[in-house]
Write a protein that binds this ligand. Structure first.
Ligand code: 4AD
Ligand code: MG
Length: 433
């Protein structure tokens, strides 16, 4: 077998009529009569190879007989356009080099239970559905960064080890930091507040952690959050930015990952509608709607998962709920000057039952009210002295938000659960693989 140019499956369209080599793994094989088919994957796509008994080289046919599902192999053949084949191209195979024969593969093309698949996550990632989700995820992350980079934001990443809570003390992961207590970060926000006073417009993007004892389809213990923060921004500025950002994410997923969304059977028409402006409801207006939708809902409390789902079914676009009661929001929220019982906060809820994908708002920018709020929330002032300095040295109104990549991805891909939105999910009862 003489060598041919190594190409990736996604580039086959550039090589029609040429003899090429594909390096990958066996996805599946089947034969009928004189013809044998194999489907090879290489991480960029799938391609069908064809061998014909009596015509194809015997060594290749022998190798065909030996390869099992997920065996690694290098195949050589001539590229033909074939619209009926997966990916639209086919290879007339003249050589198969087996790299390693795989043991019987635990994931068969049949249906498996979720618990089994989660245990096999390291292998499950090879399946076409998981592959598609991860490709959309990578695109969302690329576009999230591009959105802020292109608008003059500076990337200022926040630390993972922190001395204090940002989002309440009940969901902190404690760890020993050379004899001192430290926590895995719940949010980079407080550090972005410092950074925006230095750079004007900043963002961070990294893993965040919540020791949340909730076992729902929206909760991960470890998730990735992108958090912009802007000096001189008001609550309205924050909502305008979040709106443009989410429109950008959805429209770029449609433009650049349509094939993957189609494989996931996402209703594309629903995503095409995701264009600014998004509706904006005050908490009071949302609570009024919930009165009839959800009899259990009590004014003044936070929305539960069911409340959020019921609300989102009334819209075909994401929508903001703003000015939540101050008592249910974090210590850093600025009270609404019109009604100090409310906070200048805003969540963005995704339609089709998905619910909150963004939380944010305008921050308390004055020292004395912030000191009081720390006390009300039972937080130790000593841990926040550096943060209080931001109110002592040139404080200005400012605000920002955080978008959880996994929840956004679950909605954009139309997935029933966040467990498939991150390569290796960390959940209440799942630390492995
Ligand atoms: O609403 P949250 O808690 O807000 C913050 O952390 C702010 N400090 C952000 C900021 O203003 N810079 O979280 C923000 C987003 C949520 O809307 C959700 O998308 C995601 O983070 N999120 C989670 N995603 C998966 N699993 C969890 N347990 C999550 N908790 C929050
Ligand atoms: Mg929130």
């Amino acid at each position: 077998m003489n060598s041919a140019l190594h190409v990736y499956i996604e580039d086959l369209y550039n090589h029609e009529g040429e003899r090429v080599t594909i390096k990958g793994w066996l996805y599946s094989k089947r034969s009928s009569g004189k013809i044998a088919f194999l489907i090879v994957r290489d991480g960029t796509g799938l391609v069908q190879g064809v061998l014909i008994k009596g015509q194809t080289d015997d060594t290749a046919l022998g190798a065909y007989d030996k390869v099992t599902q997920e065996s690694s192999l290098i195949v050589t053949g001539t590229v033909r356009k074939e619209p009926r084949s997966v990916g639209g191209y086919e290879l007339s195979i003249d050589g198969i080099e087996i790299v390693r024969v795989a043991e019987p593969y635990p994931i068969a093309p049949k249906e498996h239970g979720t618990a089994f698949l989660m245990d096999q996550r390291h292998l499950w990632l090879r399946s076409s559905r998981q592959h598609a989700i991860m490709r959309v995820r990578a695109e969302l992350i690329r576009q999230a960064r591009a959105f802020f980079d292109d608008r003059g934001f500076t990337l200022i990443d926040a630390p993972i080890f922190t001395p204090s809570a940002c989002e309440g003390t009940t969901t902190l992961f404690e760890t020993d930091y050379f004899g001192e207590k430290a926590y895995l970060t719940q949010s980079g926000q407080l550090y972005e507040e410092a950074a925006c006073m230095a750079f004007g417009k900043v963002y961070c993007f990294g893993p965040t952690f919540r020791a949340e004892r909730s076992k729902t389809r929206r909760h991960l213990i470890e998730f990735w959050m992108i958090e912009p923060e802007v000096a001189y921004a008001t609550l309205d500025d924050v909502m305008n930015l979040a709106e443009a950002f989410v429109e950008h994410l959805v429209q770029s997923a449609l433009a650049n990952r349509r094939k993957e969304l189609e494989l996931l059977e996402r209703d594309i028409a629903k995503l095409e509608k995701i264009k600014a402006p998004f509706p904006r409801l005050s908490y009071d207006e949302a609570a009024e709607r919930l009165k009839t939708l959800s009899p259990e809902f009590k004014y003044g409390s936070d929305f539960g998962g069911t409340d959020e789902s019921l609300l989102t079914e009334q819209f075909d676009k994401p929508f903001f709920v703003h000015r939540f009661p101050a008592t249910i929001k974090a210590f850093y929220m600025k009270p609404d000057p019109q009604n100090p019982k409310l906070s200048l906060s805003a969540d963005l809820l995704a339609p089709e039952g998905y619910g909150e994908i963004i939380g944010g708002g305008q921050r308390e920018d004055q020292l004395d009210p912030l000191l009081k709020q720390l006390e009300t929330h039972g937080l130790k002032r000593a841990d926040f002295e550096w943060y209080l300095d931001l109110r002592r040295f040139g404080s200005v109104p400012h605000g920002g938000f955080g978008l959880g990549i996994e929840r956004a991805l679950a909605w954009i891909c139309g997935l029933p659960h966040v467990r498939e939105t991150i390569p290796f999910p960390r959940m209440l009862y799942r630390l492995r693989p």
